[in-house]
Design a protein around this ligand. Structure first.
Ligand SMILES: NC(=O)C1=CN([C@@H]2O[C@H](COP(=O)(O)OP(=O)(O)OC[C@H]3O[C@@H](n4cnc5c(N)ncnc54)[C@H](O)[C@@H]3O)[C@@H](O)[C@H]2O)[C@@H](O)CC1
Ligand SMILES: [K+]
Length: 518
């Protein structure tokens, strides 16, 4: 069994099923597979549903003081979880009312039994029923979303969102596609979402993440054997995935052993390449050299202290800069500009066959001829495009109004994975929900980046972080995951008001947190 992250899926022992990483993200369809496999592994669906509803009731009681809880149940097992949660809250002394969207007689299996066990009144769900609620529990639809909510359901969702009471969603806010994070219509906005067993990509990808509110993933006793054959849709970024490969300085090391990053800068936006250089040095490269057009040399040399600055020849040729093989990681893009020689420089760097980061203009300069870049990439390359740069190379994202079928993963995961496969390189598709994809199909979603990172120059810092870790010897995919995580943590520690130039100086604090996680 391969999960894409063998390093994190430890074997429990001889003959025991593999334990799926807690950072694995399972699509709703994969959760359904586990659900159906659970009884054969000794855990019935009814037991899972009881554990799920109990976990919801527990999470609610931990977050809110007793208040009238109105539970909206739908026609499937998500509704069944709602009936269990309602019973558990009532048993704890809370005032509870249950409203069903659909016919009572249409409930089946475990959900029907959960409704029986509730043994209380079940009213019809309609928008006016929300009056008087102190808390709304959304158990309308979960993993079973099969099309855009319409008609009555849409009206009900709108009413939930208009109500003043806080909302706890079971599994996913109704209307959210757990596979993609997209909402093919209206979706509930929750304050708390309680999901089960493992998170889904849609809990981390936007807009889904923003609809979930606080997220709790509860253990409901899913047996390992039921999860064993599943290859996760992705993983959530976490040091467990890459910390074993993190290139901490060695006590017997010297600066050359820590690697030498070469950054190729341009003639304008000089701060961009400086930010990248400082980040590369802070995160772990032993030496950093900035190769710059002659016209910018004096300014760059005057502004940088621990980074070496050298002038390129007037035609921008890189043979001299690349002559020293100890310059083992290359970065081009920040502040590069789109002059004709920029494209040639990018291709020359790729020809060197060394670990290489391509960012910003190094990508955009190929907008009119993406194949020229994509055919030249190799497995040691990391591309760090934002959505605009990505679209120039790989085509536009589906529009916001696009009616993707739920569960088809027509989203950032699919696009990043396809781009990585096409280029044969690691792709970091940036955003508040950055996705890192490898050509072999591994995919990681990052969720620690604060919105304050949306500021000029933060991408240059990220590109420098990746280059610094490549120079220090980390493999490309793990270097990209580590850089994105440390970049997010550094920003988070700075808080509001951060400028990109604060980030390199905040990396030591982020590195200290990482070191303390061992
Ligand atoms: N390990 C697990 O995954 C567990 C899952 N459980 C629950 O089971 C849920 C999944 O149950 P189901 O597969 O029954 O799915 P749901 O309960 O989400 O709903 C399925 C029903 O909704 C209908 N439907 C879907 N989209 C619709 C739309 N847009 N408009 C109108 N009707 C629509 C379907 O036709 C189907 O009848 C999970 O979300 C979770 O809450 C728990 O009971 C226990 C364990
Ligand atoms: K729900």
């Amino acid at each position: 069994m391969s999960t894409g992250h063998p390093s994190v899926d430890a074997r429990a022992g001889h003959g025991a099923p593999a334990r799926l990483s807690p950072h694995a993200l399972l699509s709703p369809a994969q959760m359904g597979v586990a659900d159906r496999a659970a009884p054969a592994a000794g855990v019935s669906g009814a037991r899972l549903m009881e554990a799920a509803g109990a976990a919801v009731a527990r999470a609610i009681r931990e977050r809110w003081a007793p208040t009238p809880a109105w539970v909206l149940c739908g026609p499937g097992n998500n509704g069944g979880d709602g009936f269990v949660a309602a019973r558990r809250l009532r048993d704890a002394g809370w005032p509870v009312r249950v409203f069903l969207w659909g016919e009572r007689g249409a409930l089946r299996g475990d959900a029907a039994r959960a409704a029986e066990a509730w043994a209380g009144p079940v009213e019809a769900a309609m928008p006016a029923c929300l009056d008087g609620a102190g808390l709304i529990v959304d158990a309308l639809l979960g993993a079973g979303l099969s099309r855009a909510p319409a008609g009555d359901l849409r009206t009900l969702i709108d009413a939930v969102n208009a109500a003043v009471a806080p909302v706890c969603a079971i599994d996913v806010p109704t209307g959210l596609d757990g596979a993609s994070g997209r909402c093919p219509g209206a979706a509930v906005r929750a304050d708390l979402t309680v999901t089960f067993c493992r998170r889904k990509p849609g809990h981390l990808l936007l807009p889904g993440r923003a609809l979930c509110g606080a997220l709790i993933c509860a253990d409901i006793g899913m047996p390992d054997a039921a999860l064993g054959a599943i290859v996760p849709a992705a993983h959530a970024n976490h040091p467990d995935l890459w910390a074993a490969l993190f290139p901490w300085p060695r006590s017997d090391g010297h600066k050359y052993r820590r690697g030498h990053a070469l950054v190729v800068g341009g003639e304008r936006m000089l701060g961009a390449s400086r930010l990248a250089c400082l980040a590369a040095a802070r995160i772990g490269a032993g030496l950093v050299t900035l190769a710059t057009p002659p016209a910018a040399w004096a300014i760059q040399a005057g502004a940088l202290t621990s980074v070496m600055v050298e002038a390129l020849p007037p035609d921008g040729a890189l043979d001299q800069a690349l002559a020293d093989p100890r310059r083992n990681a290359l970065l081009i893009g920040p502040g590069l500009g789109r002059a004709p020689q920029a494209g040639r420089q990018v291709l020359d760097l790729l020809t060197a066959g060394r670990p290489c980061v391509l960012d910003a203009d190094a990508l955009s300069v190929f907008a009119a001829r993406p194949a020229a870049l994509l055919d030249a990439l190799h497995g040691l390359c990391v591309l760090t495009p934002h959505e605009g740069e990505f679209a120039r190379l790989f085509g536009p994202a589906p529009g916001a109004g696009d009616d993707a079928t739920p569960g088809t993963e027509d989203d950032k995961l699919r696009r990043a994975r396809a781009a990585a496969r096409r280029g044969g390189a690691v792709v970091v598709l940036k955003g508040a929900d950055t996705v890192i994809a490898a050509p072999d199909g591994r995919c990681v979603i990052n969720d620690n980046a604060p919105p304050t990172l949306a500021t000029a120059g933060s991408g240059d810092v990220l590109a420098g972080c990746v280059a610094g870790l490549l120079a220090a010897g980390m493999p490309a995919f793990e270097a990209a995951c580590a850089a994105v995580w440390l970049h997010g943590l550094a920003a988070d520690r700075l808080g509001p008001g951060l400028l990109a130039e604060d980030l390199p100086g905040a990396l030591p604090g982020a590195l200290a947190v990482l070191a303390g996680m061992d």
